[in-house]
Design a protein around this ligand. Structure first.
Ligand code: GLY
Length: 363
């Protein structure tokens, strides 16, 4: 039986379901609960995922709607831009998609963000479904309606909040992920434990071996626990006016490192490094015991995540923290930990403290 979490709107009414399953067997049943009958659906995916799951998903959707079209773009962050969105619009216009037709994002974070942005803007907004296939998209980017693309060298600079109508997660898709992609997703998973749930963080440590081996039962439980944390946060603060900012733990330094590394290191890995930096600052302030940093790097190394970055200038990374979207006027909204499982926003983190945080990861 699939496991279902429901994300509610601000008025308390059910918004959309997050369905967790270990196959696509229940996809048709879930999709048929939505008004797709007699409508066109366009599956948006990338060249990697197309070879793995497109035929299966297309076949399932064909039994739910009038027509299934596809839009496949080259895999990679380089495709996450307005040029690709323009090509998507062209495909939809040619196929005469109207306001009641649907998009389906089949893939990782790039696919979900780009397809979601296409859905948010085509004809001023059409509905879409998320079928996340990477760990990172299953625990983070498919939930909460953040959509968008990169602009010039600025990540996610153009976007919109646009909620999916369904998130269908097939955990078995983790089996086809590279080790790099899988361990990148663990950056967001570990972040969830650090910011909201000490017991979950301890559970990750206890189950590190099964997690490393991608035991599907443990992975399903892990994704369900992470999704539940994310669900609660985005329900309380869908448009990032307050509590949702806590999900940016590790992201101030993480995004700056990502940019300085010219996106050669995966997002979740950079977030992981950013978490080490933020834990160091929290430790220096006396909020966390000294061992917090070594136990975090120990867990990350066990899960094949990088714990350092080489050849970067600390000052240049610091400079990049200033162009981050998490700026509030001139102050950086830095997320720190009062204790493991309890994050808070701090606007007083100094450059000196950030230098010390970066010293924990720069070699
Ligand atoms: N990835 C952070 C958020 O969804 O707010």
């Amino acid at each position: 039986m699939p496991k279902t979490l429901t994300v509610h709107n601000k008025d308390g009414k059910a918004g959309y379901d997050i369905v967790l399953d270990s196959s696509f067997d229940n996809l048709a049943g879930e999709v048929k609960k939505l008004p797709v009958e007699g409508r066109r659906v366009c599956v948006v995916t990338d060249s990697t995922v197309a070879g793995l799951y497109l035929e299966e998903v297309k076949g399932i959707l064909a039994g739910c709607c009038k027509e299934v079209d596809t839009f496949v773009f080259p895999a990679g962050e380089e495709s996450k831009n307005l040029d690709t969105v323009q090509k998507l619009y062209e495909t939809l216009i040619k196929a005469r998609f109207d306001r009641r037709d649907w998009l389906v994002a089949l893939g990782g974070g790039v696919v979900g963000d780009l397809c979601g942005y296409g859905a948010a803007t085509y004809l001023r907004g059409i509905s879409f479904i998320q079928i996340p296939t990477t760990l990172l998209s299953q625990v983070d980017s498919s939930i909460g309606g953040k959509t968008g693309v990169d602009f010039a060298s600025y990540k996610n600079m153009v976007g919109a909040f646009h909620m999916p109508s369904l998130v269908y997660t097939n955990v078995a898709a983790l089996r086809t992920l590279s080790q790099e992609q899988y361990s990148s997703g663990m950056g967001e998973v570990i972040k969830h434990g650090l910011i909201q749930d000490r017991e979950y963080y301890d559970w990750l440590n206890v189950h590190r071996e099964e997690i490393r081996k991608r035991d599907l039962g443990i992975c399903l439980e892990m994704i369900a626990r992470s999704d539940e944390i994310k669900r609660k946060v985005v329900e309380e603060d869908p448009r990032e006016q307050g509590a949702r900012a806590l999900l940016n733990f590790g992201h101030t330094l993480g995004h700056a490192l990502e940019k300085r590394l010219s996106f050669s290191m995966l997002h979740g890995h950079c977030v992981g490094l950013g978490c080490i930096g933020a834990v160091k600052i929290s430790t220096d302030r006396g909020y966390l015991p000294k061992e917090a940093a070594s136990s975090l790097t120990d867990l990350m190394e066990y899960l094949y995540m990088p714990v350092s970055a080489e050849g970067l200038s600390c000052e240049k990374v610091l400079e990049d923290t200033k162009s981050d979207k998490k700026m509030d006027g001139n102050a950086i909204r830095f997320i720190l930990l009062k204790e493991i499982g309890r994050a808070f926003v701090d606007r007083t983190v100094t450059e000196e403290e950030m230098r010390a945080g970066l010293s924990a990861v720069l070699r």
